[in-house]
Design a protein around this ligand. Sequence first.
Ligand code: PLP
Length: 372
Amino acid sequence: MSIIVSENSVIKFLDLEKVNNRFREEIDLRIKKILDKGWYLQGEEDKSFEENFAKYIGVKHCIGCANGLDALNLIIRAYGFSSGDEIIVPANTYIASILAISENGCTPVLVEPSIITYNINPDLIEEKITGKTKAIMVVHLYGQAVQMDKIWELAKKYNLKIIEDSAQAHGAYYNGKKTGCLGDASGFSFYPGKNLGCMGDGGCVTTNDDELAKKIRAIANYGSDRKYHHIYKGINSRLDEIQAAILDVKLKYLDEDNKRRKQIAGYYRENVKNNRIILPEIYNENSHVWHIFAIRTNNRDELQKYLEKNDIQTNIHYPTPPHKQGAYKEWENNSYPISEEIHRTELSLPISPVMTDEEVEYVVEATNKWNI
Ligand SMILES: *Cc1c(COP(=O)(O)O)cnc(C)c1O
């Protein structure tokens, strides 16, 4: 059985060209301005985007950097966490969250996610806290804000920092506050495919901590607090003017784009009806910005093949859990059954602000007719 609605056109998982072409004129103008001026780093565009993004999130500081992994790395580095220190992190996150911890010589302590929210299970954190624990890294996975109450309590009780990985959740809310200001510091990624993405690599740190912000800004710029004056053994991790300008343009449309994602997710959640498929759940209308629409099924690979045959591109987030990756051989015998279950069954349906109603309906129709 094959449903032919769009004979030659494939429904892309994410049509980035279409996403970005909506802003082509505005972006062209901003880039032209940069070329005319000949100033490429740490200039007006960077300053403007940092101010606008800080305002958008509701924090005092935004520090642009080269990518999301660097943002997390810079936060851990600036806190001075290093060898022997433990940082709690969800077992089913994208590996970058864990790499940032390892990169600083700290020990990542994996905690199982909830099988309902796919975010870290707050009830399983306390048993993993030791005298060496320095921080809890929460990851707002797939675009849904982590439920923070219990985590705030634990951080206070054990004097731990809360580091947010907000790389998938630009604009998501928890209790009326946006991700990026729910902890002590947050890392964002502006990788092209994210809800707010540039045209290359980009990232930033957001925080209300003046000292931390100053330190991160210096470390990211060769450890320099002023020109040719180096107080840290820093790195070079900056957001360039062209990426900052692109982000500054796209930021204005982020809420609108997230609204469209929410609409599509709502349509999927109401209309996908197939008893082999588990749909994602939300605890609050504003908690989720639907970076990824994650469904689960025992026959994931078959469903993916079937949809592909029907010209629908899907993705898997993610096929292999971090503890089964070659990079973390030391964990290969560890078992995280909930995380493994998610990795075994997850499939991401196409979702993006440029999908048409027809495309969304077609995906629903095909998914509902899946019958193995
Ligand atoms: C994308 C992503 C990162 C890394 O961001 P980059 O900009 O690609 O380095 C980190 N954590 C999560 C959860 C991500 O999705």
